[in-house]
Design a protein around this ligand. Structure first.
Ligand code: F6R
Length: 608
């Protein structure tokens, strides 16, 4: 939630920061702002709404030559989304500016004590409190570093922060506690940002700032200090493999569409080095040193949670490992975590920064459970705090709605199931070979079929765009996909949609079905097909319209039949998924919604 970027170097800083904000806008887009110091004055420009509003504002100003600037794109936590609450905020004496991603939990008590000292607050934000606390500390501390640290030692909560001060006009201070912050190291220029794509055109050399650290960033060098004691800390520089091409639209109308069409590539990349098409084997060297889990807890949020629900069918079916799947925001408050030796927990998170998933991981660790991360972002908090992490290699996912990340998570979990299945001997090498061969068939099959799937989605959308409610139903491994289909439809097109286990419909929800309430049924070629078919008939008997997503040759009657290629179950989920994604994508686009940045949402939910 919220994107921050600071730049100090030899280029005009404002365009660099604005460009970086464009690549961070997925993290929040209800307002944006930028600060720079020029000719001894601290300047701030802010605008409510998307980044384009700030761009228009800056376009009316004379060219800004500052070489040090910082910018923010906001997802509101404290205070309504409006210009007054947009970042940067400045201290009452107009000497210090701040940008912030996170929440200062004890801001009210700090605010009260600052108000007693005469401070005036123009916004409703916790952030404006913090910048004035720094200003207050600066009155007694010898320099900005000590003032910043003194203020942070009083603040509780989560933050990634950048601060600029007239005291040191060519320096950006930054600090982190439970929110991502990455230092990008260039030649004669440095960056500090919430995410790597913000500075990817300029450098791939990074340092991941840790919780409890402060960075002092200048054009030519930087220092990192431990907040506690201010002794300097050394970190090894890392080089990330992402390139800027991967973070651009490549001629697609939206990032979401590009990312849906990237799924064949994501699957083949995910197979590379982990599965061998000739021998039909799976190797996961990351897992070689750990015993096969006797039981697994899978914990995640949203779409990542749906990957976990889907994977349970493989982990139980192939590797015979009992699996419990939990929503992280519930798991983190479990009073008792009844875990026994031999159990492991997997925390799935594309961003690796989701606050609830991170808190759940910390709880599991506290209870002695070995914890594994399944993450896309290398260097993210979950990846670093887990005992070990499997990376999904999906590349940067920019669209707020997660698509290719889910496919990459499903693939990694499928490979784990096969890998553990072989280690436990719950599947034979012939069965393993068959599964591996199905996985290898997927990229080509998807490449060949995605364009037709998009056409079919478009055709259906024209027919169904006037409906305000949808059921998505499925059984077995298709039930989590029904949940995902419903989630995608509601988050992108704002149409109410419910995902249900098809067999649950008759226990209440079926009462809602009438001609205005269609059902999207996932009825693939497998042993549950006759059961789902009965559920379809039941919906139709209540005059409900039905779209059926099915495989060639399946006999089923419905208002609309959408045939997708059949693949061995449950791997068929990787073909169902893009169909559901494309239906929601086309629906949102047809209805004129903001596909890549749906209202009220942000990628990387770093607040609770
Ligand atoms: C939906 C979506 C979200 C995320 C969820 C978890 O399209 O993107 O539901 O899946 O916020 O995010 P990660 O995987 O980053 O922990």
């Amino acid at each position: 939630m919220c994107g921050i970027i600071g730049y100090v170097g030899h280029r005009p800083a404002v365009p660099v920061v604005m460009e970086g904000l464009g690549r961070l806008e997925y993290r929040g887009y209800d307002s944006a702002g930028i600060a720079w110091i020029w000719q001894g004055a601290l300047n701030i420009a802010r605008a409510s709404g998307k980044l384009s509003a700030l761009e228009s504002k800056l376009a009316t100003m004379p060219a800004i030559m500052a070489t040090c600037a910082m910018g923010h794109t906001r997802w509101a936590t404290h205070g309504e989304p409006c210009e007054r609450n947009a970042h940067p905020h400045q201290s009452n004496d107009a000497k210090i500016a701040i940008i912030h991603n996170g929440i200062i939990e004890n801001y009210q008590s700090i605010k009260n004590s600052l108000q007693q000292k005469g401070y005036i607050f123009k916004s409703d934000t916790d952030t404006e409190v913090l910048v004035n606390l720094i200003a207050e500390k600066r009155k007694t501390e010898p320099d900005m570093l000590h003032a910043f640290a003194a203020a942070l030692n009083e603040a509780r909560g989560a933050y990634a922060l950048c601060v600029m001060s007239l005291d040191e006009p060519d320096v950006i201070y930054a600090a982190r506690a439970s929110a991502p912050l990455i230092l990008g190291i260039g030649t004669g220029e440095n960056f500090i940002a919430s995410d790597i794509p913000a500075f990817l055109p300029y450098t791939r050399n990074v340092i991941f700032i840790e919780d409890g650290e402060i960075a002092r960033v200048k054009a030519s060098d930087f220092e990192i200090y431990a907040l506690d004691g201010l002794q300097t800390v050394e970190h090894a520089e890392q080089t990330v493999q992402w390139d800027i091409q991967a973070a651009q639209k490549d001629g697609y109308r939206h990032f979401m569409l590009k990312e849906i069409f990237e799924q064949p590539r994501v699957i083949s990349d995910g197979l590379t080095g982990r599965a061998d098409a000739c021998s039909g084997t799976v190797s996961m060297p990351e897992l070689d040193n750990m015993p096969v889990p006797e039981k697994l807890h899978i914990v995640a949020c949203g779409t990542s949670y749906h990957s976990g629900l889907w994977a349970r069918h493989l982990l139980e079916g192939i590797a015979e490992i009992p699996v419990q799947v939990d929503i992280a925001s519930e798991f983190r408050y479990r009073e008792k975590l009844l875990a026994s030796p031999g159990e492991n927990a997997i925390f799935i998170s594309q961003s690796g920064e989701t606050a609830d998933t991170l808190a759940a991981l910390r709880l599991a660790k506290k209870h002695g459970l070995p914890v594994m991360g399944l993450c896309n972002v290398v260097g993210s908090s979950i990846a670093r705090e887990a005992d070990m992490t499997v990376f999904t290699q999906a590349g940067p996912e920019i669209s707020v709605a997660s698509t290719k990340a889910m496919a990459s998570q499903m693939l990694a979990l499928a490979l784990m199931a096969i890998y553990w299945g072989r280690r436990k001997n719950t599947i034979t090498s012939a069965q393993c070979k068959e599964l591996v061969s199905s996985l290898f068939s997927l990229p080509r099959l998807l490449d060949d079929n995605l364009p037709q799937m998009r056409e079919k989605a478009r055709e259906l959308v024209q027919k169904y765009a006037t409906f305000h409610n949808f059921f998505y139903i499925g059984r077995g491994f298709c039930y989590p996909l029904a949940l995902e289909g419903a989630l995608k439809l509601k988050e992108l097109s704002y149409i109410h949609a419910e995902g249900y286990a098809a067999g649950e419909m008759k226990h209440g929800p079926i009462a809602l079905i009438d001609p205005s309430f269609p059902t999207f049924a996932i009825a693939l070629e497998n042993e549950l097909f006759p059961k789902v078919k009965s559920n379809i008939v039941e919906a139709e008997a209540r005059a409900g319209k039905v779209i059926v997503l099915t495989n060639p040759g399946m006999e089923v009657k419905a208002d609309d039949i959408w045939v997708i290629p059949g693949v061995k179950s449950p791997l068929a989920g990787l073909v169902v998924l893009p169909a559901l994604q494309l239906f929601s994508y086309e629906m949102a686009d047809y209805l004129g919604k903001d596909v890549d940045q749906p209202r009220n949402l942000a990628k990387s939910v770093t607040v609770e």
